[in-house]
Design a protein around this ligand. Structure first.
Ligand code: NDP
Length: 327
């Protein structure tokens, strides 16, 4: 018997509760993993609360991230005892996920835990950190250098935003952090932000072109904030868009693209190819400071997931939430 958070639906209403399951209850897959940690992302918040149409078939074990050790494997790439990480691929959405002490998964979804990285660190990173790293890689590929000028990060006190601020600061960029929570200013400065920008000042609808302020951007929120960032981006700058915490809308014009050569680069972590994932994980391992956890991480047990799911969708979580499955 092991514990898992199970989402069920009855009379059109969704419920979430910790249940006892056996490995016979798990879906098919090549690799059985004993899960050590998972993490709670915004998407998990939407799934667990039912506020977003993330889950389409029930019962479902949510949790889009997990790290653990291989127990059984019919795939030659993975042997019992190997430490593996999973993010994305629809796990925790269409396939049973990480809020469970055991998970049975497709071998193609896994990556080996990067050498030197602890299991808990990989979930402090999780989908949010991987996405932040993919945004930073895209900025580098767009030619944005530390000397190019400030890089702006929206939703800065959230999971993706916090790690983006940290990574950019570690790489020597000047980082402007947009937040709707002024009380997080000290936290963001500790992560390396050099400027705090209020959400209100950025949420004002912008003109097609505004005064140039940013060499690059990591946007996690969309809508008028993303539109304003694009309108304020320097000639030749790159804006990465990975999130929709405000909304999926983009009330922008083409003017920054055709007059300022601005590049808008979408970033997806869910179906990111294996080689790119491994590259991002290696960079994360090299860049993140040893003592990141004390600032960024909230460590919780499985029973606390529904409560934290409410908090994350209400924008009340600071940094990352790691779920300890062996508690
Ligand atoms: P979090 O909830 O941890 O962070 C989101 C942050 O956005 C909040 O902390 C808040 O930051 C800000 N925010 C919340 N509501 C609003 C609002 N109405 N208007 C403006 N800002 C708002 O979520 P994650 O960091 O896990 O995810 C961020 C986004 O990125 C989500 O939309 C998520 O779905 C997406 N995502 C996409 C991925 C991909 O592969 N493309 C992968 C991972 C996440 P503050 O308090 O500082 O203002």
């Amino acid at each position: 018997m092991f514990k898992a958070l199970l989402l069920e639906e009855a009379d059109g209403k969704q419920s979430a509760s910790v249940k006892n399951l056996t490995t016979a209850d798990l879906p098919e897959g090549e690799v059985l993993v004993k899960v050590q940690y998972s993490s709670l992302n915004y998407k998990d918040g939407l799934a667990v609360t039912g506020l977003g149409k993330i889950i389409r078939s029930f019962p479902m074990v949510p949790g889009i991230d997990l790290v653990g050790t291989v127990e059984e494997s019919s795939d030659s790439r993975y042997q019992p005892g190997m430490a593996v990480v999973l993010t994305g691929w629809g796990v925790g959405e269409q396939y049973w996920g990480g809020f469970s002490q055991y998970a049975r998964l497709k071998a193609d979804w896994l990556v080996p835990l990067p050498e030197g990285m602890t299991a808990v660190r990989s979930m402090e990173v999780g989908t949010a950190g991987l996405t932040a790293m993919l945004c930073v890689l895209a900025l580098e590929e767009g030619g944005v250098k530390p000397e190019s000028g400030p890089v702006v990060v929206s939703g800065a006190a959230g999971g993706v935003g916090s790690i983006a601020v940290l990574l950019l600061a570690r790489l020597g960029y000047q980082v402007a952090a947009i937040t709707g929570r002024p009380e997080t200013a000290d936290y963001l400065k500790k992560l390396g932000a050099t400027e705090i920008v209020t959400r209100e000042s950025m949420a004002e609808p912008s003109r097609p072109l505004e005064k140039q302020r940013w060499a690059g951007a990591v946007d996690t929120v969309g809508d008028t904030i993303l539109a304003r960032i694009i309108a304020e981006t320097n000639y030749g700058g790159t804006v990465t868009a990975c999130g929709l915490a405000a909304s999926f809308k983009l009330p922008a014009t083409v003017m920054p693209f055709i007059l300022r050569n601005v590049r808008l680069q979408g970033v997806d972590s869910v179906s990111c190819p294996y080689e790119r994932r491994c590259q991002a994980w290696q960079r994360l391992q090299a860049l993140l400071p040893e003592d990141m956890a004390a600032d960024v991480t909230n460590l919780i047990g499985l029973e606390q997931v529904p409560d934290y799911a409410q908090r994350i969708v209400q924008g009340q979580v600071r940094g990352r939430v790691v779920v300890d499955l062996q508690r």
